[in-house]
Design a protein around this ligand. Structure first.
Ligand SMILES: *[C@@H]1O[C@H](CO)[C@@H](O)[C@H](O)[C@H]1NC(C)=O
Ligand SMILES: *[C@@H]1O[C@H](CO)[C@@H](O)[C@H](O)[C@H]1NC(C)=O
Ligand SMILES: *[C@@H]1O[C@H](CO)[C@@H](O)[C@H](O)[C@H]1NC(C)=O
Ligand SMILES: *[C@@H]1O[C@H](CO)[C@@H](O)[C@H](O)[C@H]1NC(C)=O
Ligand SMILES: *[C@@H]1O[C@H](CO)[C@@H](O)[C@H](O)[C@H]1NC(C)=O
Ligand SMILES: *[C@@H]1O[C@H](CO)[C@@H](O)[C@H](O)[C@H]1NC(C)=O
Ligand SMILES: *[C@@H]1O[C@H](CO)[C@@H](O)[C@H](O)[C@H]1NC(C)=O
Ligand SMILES: *[C@@H]1O[C@H](CO)[C@@H](O)[C@H](O)[C@H]1NC(C)=O
Ligand SMILES: [Zn+2]
Length: 461
């Protein structure tokens, strides 16, 4: 257990200790600023440089901007939304892809049938932990908030419905936050710019500009609503996303059925990460798939690279195929989407960004990048609850907080220069003194000799 975790536990014990009268925590919840986490699905990091975002810019210039998040593999919606709220890699939280098969219970997960808690229960999202400490939380379509994870939904939630407008989702969130003081965490999800990115491709600047203007208008509405309800100055707000988007093309298709007989496998998930459950000899299938297309890598489960953190789970199939950036896997036939994501999480096109504003955050502060799993320990810190075991690091991200002592770059450069000046002065003085002394006496000559003797001693080898 690291120091941070110990401090968190102490802080939480302290909080429950001083609120014994009312049970565990609800009384002191009032002291902490609430935290609102917002996700605009599929907001690729470099959209920030390529399009204009007057409202978002206003938001982060009075707060924090992290230009890129290294997200988790697979760079899909559910795996990454779950990583944001658990701090775990996909292999550790069990939400591995948009389509999964669990051989232990023979269940199938799809985006249309995602509400069996079984798929979510390998981890505990931050809202469930928070509720166990006596606080409340609210969810507006954030994946999982409306499901019985570890036997509880978020205290307030909207049942997932893509037709509910951003304004209505936001309206519910601000209502819950203003009407109930013990709501300390709220999570708000919106489907754009992912939807437009898939449909037209991220290189369609006309369509993307339209979708991104709408997203920026939503950020404007959010600031306005929080301002009107008196929350703006006292709430911590994090705006982020799950993954980026890349252009696909009919010229970059990989046809699986040209390489393997369709009756030789069950297709669990298709593109850009293909999950194959073999029905014949694994090695034959693997050999055919390895040689299928130079723009696709085939891995036997045990050989999936460590850095993907995508191996240690029953829900990962015996053969995994990973298409190169912008390539699409099909069994046969044509391209269905002009934009896609899910590719290797080391690709910048797959990365989202993060912006934050509120009393806890520095103003006009930016960082180049963090890992998306680092957000979870940051949020636990903001909420004053202990972290559950996770793959993030508070120290990677703590500098965004006003309460943390982080010398800025200017100070560090100044210190380095100072140290160099002192060192060169000492060297100079030392040389000066040495030049004034006769250099004949050698007080350490004996020691040197003894060392030589020791080196010859075979006993020491
Ligand atoms: C959804 O998945 C569950 C298992 O998680 C299964 O029992 C159920 O039949 C599925 N429903 C549909 C409509 O496929
Ligand atoms: C807090 O209290 C609630 C009910 O009062 C209880 O269900 C919950 O387990 C408690 N949580 C902790 C962490 O003690
Ligand atoms: C959820 O509740 C059921 C009974 O209602 C119980 O059997 C099960 O152990 C609980 N699961 C968890 C994770 O608390
Ligand atoms: C909350 O959401 C519902 C739709 O689920 C909507 O009808 C209602 O107007 C929203 N409430 C507010 C205050 O916006
Ligand atoms: C963008 O999409 C629109 C609508 O499909 C289409 O008319 C237009 O030609 C596309 N532009 C580019 C640059 O692909
Ligand atoms: C909040 O409202 C006040 C008064 O209407 C206005 O001056 C201020 O600019 C608003 N702040 C934000 C962030 O919208
Ligand atoms: C592997 O490829 C060979 C040669 O194309 C083909 O004859 C064979 O049926 C393939 N095996 C499977 C399991 O698809
Ligand atoms: C991620 O965290 C979980 C929970 O602590 C742990 O079991 C797992 O080994 C970690 N993964 C890595 C790659 O460190
Ligand atoms: Zn997404």
């Amino acid at each position: 257990m690291n120091l941070k975790a110990v401090l968190c536990v102490l802080a939480a014990c302290f909080q429950s200790a001083i609120s014994l009268k009312t049970g565990n925590g609800t009384e002191t919840a009032r002291d902490l600023p609430p935290l609102l986490l917002v996700s605009f699905d599929g907001f690729r990091a470099d959209y920030l440089n390529k399009y204009s975002f007057p409202n978002l810019q206003k938001f982060y210039s009075d707060g924090v901007l992290i230009k890129q998040l290294t997200n988790v593999f697979t760079t899909k919606t559910f795996p990454n939304h779950y990583s944001l709220v658990t701090g775990l890699y996909a292999e550790s939280h069990g939400m591995l892809a948009s389509r999964m098969y669990d051989p232990r219970v023979k269940k199938i997960f799809t985006l249309q049938n995602d509400s069996d808690p079984f798929w979510w229960n390998e981890a505990t999202p931050i809202w469930v932990s928070l509720q166990k400490w006596g606080y409340k939380s609210a969810g507006a379509m954030w994946p999982g908030t409306d499901l019985q994870i570890q036997n509880q939904t978020s205290s307030y939630f909207l049942k997932y419905d893509s037709k509910v407008s951003f304004k209505e989702r936001l309206g519910n969130i601000t209502k819950w936050l203003t009407e109930d003081d013990s709501v300390k965490f709220a999570a708000l999800y919106w489907e754009e710019p992912d939807h437009t990115g898939h449909k037209y491709g991220p290189e369609n600047t006309t369509e993307m500009a339209r979708a991104l203007k709408e997203v920026d208008d939503h950020v404007g509405l959010l600031m306005e609503q929080l301002n009107q309800t008196g929350l703006w100055e006292r709430i911590n707000v994090i705006i982020t996303s799950d993954h980026g988007m890349v252009q696909c093309s009919q010229d970059r298709l990989i046809q699986l059925n040209k390489c393997v007989n369709p009756s030789s496998y069950v297709l669990v998930d298709l593109t850009p990460v293909t999950a194959i459950l073999p029905l014949t000899e694994v090695s034959v299938l693997y050999k055919n798939l390895s040689n299928c297309n130079v723009h696709m890598k085939a891995y036997l489960k045990a050989a999936i690279p460590d850095r993907l953190h995508y191996r240690n789970n029953e829900r990962i199939q015996p053969i995994i195929l990973v298409a190169d950036e912008g390539w699409t896997v099909v069994q046969q036939g044509n391209l269905k989407r002009l934009g896609d994501h899910g590719y290797d999480n080391s690709l910048p096109s797959m990365h989202p960004f993060l912006a934050a504003h509120g009393p806890a955050f520095r103003k006009d502060y930016w960082m180049n990048s963090i890992n998306s799993v680092d957000l979870y320990p940051l949020m636990c810190h903001l909420l004053g609850i202990p972290e559950l075991p996770n793959n993030g690091s508070f120290s990677a991200v703590h500098c965004v907080l006003v309460s943390e002592k982080c010398p800025d770059l200017g100070v560090i450069v100044g210190m380095v220069i100072g140290v160099l000046i002192v060192l060169s002065t000492i060297t100079f003085l030392f040389r000066l003194m040495k030049n004034r002394e006769p250099s004949t006496s050698r007080p350490f000559a004996r020691l040197e000799l003894q060392e030589d003797d020791d080196d010859d001693d075979p006993m020491l080898e």
